[in-house]
Design a protein around this ligand. Structure first.
Ligand SMILES: Cc1ncc(COP(=O)(O)O)c(C=O)c1O
Length: 314
């Protein structure tokens, strides 16, 4: 297999040699914006939307990486192109991390810095999520609450991930395979460390507003697919009660698109199986991207695990 190459500020490095300063603001402060895009059959999905969100994040964080969005798009396509030989038969992530840059270890933080632009790729390894397409995951609300938008707006896609990490660890105490769904300070559902949340109530697809959640590209795409399929949608405040009494629920995120959730805090969601609206939306996703997203994930599992999983599917 060919070697993966990482782009850092104008140069390409083999992955093992890609390094940044220990004084980089990403390391020192988690002061770094980010995007993760994936390919389907090696074609990047909604790359321009990811880049536009990246530039909005940078603007709100008050720094400029020195490249225009068009230049960033061209550069990203070049990074993909250079890395494709390392991804025979495998889709990939394209990850942008852009920090305010390294600064000397003095108290004076006003020193002019050169932003650090890192673009790397990684294999689209879906094995962790694959079983959830068949049996659904267990969604759990952690005791920790979402950082309120008044402190850090979740619409800024950034690398300061301590709050999400601690919340996820709390969920894993309940169930090692649990997927967190954080509540805000008012007890409304928000999102988790890497995905948005949806539920289906009496045929209506509902998702929290983006008051305290990232406006995920997968979230937007799922709403578009639903509208095209004639499924009514609603962006609204939702509480745990709505999930306990919902017919179906799922998470959305770039790698897995839709991850069904069949249990919520120990109770079954609806019948406790992957429901018909979720299945239609999964099919809608597969039709949109031109590959069967469920099969792609299941094919990555060892054959015996895949067979066992499919045999216990309801
Ligand atoms: C905090 C958070 N919420 C939601 C999402 C889902 O966003 P997208 O659908 O654009 O991948 C992500 C993606 O990484 C995320 O980090």
């Amino acid at each position: 297999m060919a070697e993966r190459l990482v782009y850092i500020n104008g140069d390409y490095y083999p992955e093992a040699e890609a390094k940044i300063s220990v004084f980089d603001s990403a390391v020192m402060l988690g002061d770094c914006v980010t995007e993760s895009t994936r390919t389907f059959n090696h074609v990047p999905f909604r790359l321009r939307d990811h880049i536009e969100r990246l530039y909005k994040s940078m603007k709100v964080c008050r720094f400029d990486c020195g490249l225009s969005p068009d230049e960033m798009e061209c550069l990203t396509l070049e990074v993909i192109e250079r890395n494709l030989p390392a991804y025979e038969g495998m889709d990939l992530w394209i990850v942008h991390n852009i920090s305010r840059g390294a600064y000397p270890p003095t108290g004076d933080q006003s020193t002019k810095r050169t932003p650090t632009i890192i673009i790397h790729t990684a294999p689209m390894d879906l094995r962790y999520w694959a079983p959830f397409y068949v049996i659904g995951c267990h969604a759990v609300t952690p005791p920790s609450r979402m950082v309120p938008a008044q402190s850090l707006d979740a619409k800024i896609k950034n690398r300061s991930r301590m709050a999400y990490t601690l919340a996820e660890l709390e969920c894993k105490l309940v169930d090692p395979m649990a997927q967190g769904i954080l509540l805000d300070l008012d007890g409304c559902l928000t999102e988790n460390k890497g995905g948005n949340f949806f539920l289906v109530q009496e045929g209506v697809l509902k998702t929290p507003r983006t008051l305290n959640a990232l406006n995920g590209i997968t979230r937007q795409t799922t709403l578009e697919i639903a509208r095209n399929l004639g499924i009514p949608t609603l962006e609204t405040d939702l509480q745990p009660y709505d999930v306990y009494t919902a017919d179906e629920a799922f998470f959305t995120s770039t790698p897995y698109c839709i991850m069904p959730a069949t249990r919520f805090n120990g109770l079954p969601v609806g019948e406790g199986v992957v429901g018909p609206v979720t299945r239609r939306l999964l099919q809608g996703w597969s039709d949109l991207v031109g590959l069967d997203i469920v099969q792609q994930a299941l094919q990555q599992l060892p054959a015996d695990q895949r067979e066992e999983l499919l045999s216990c599917a309801p």
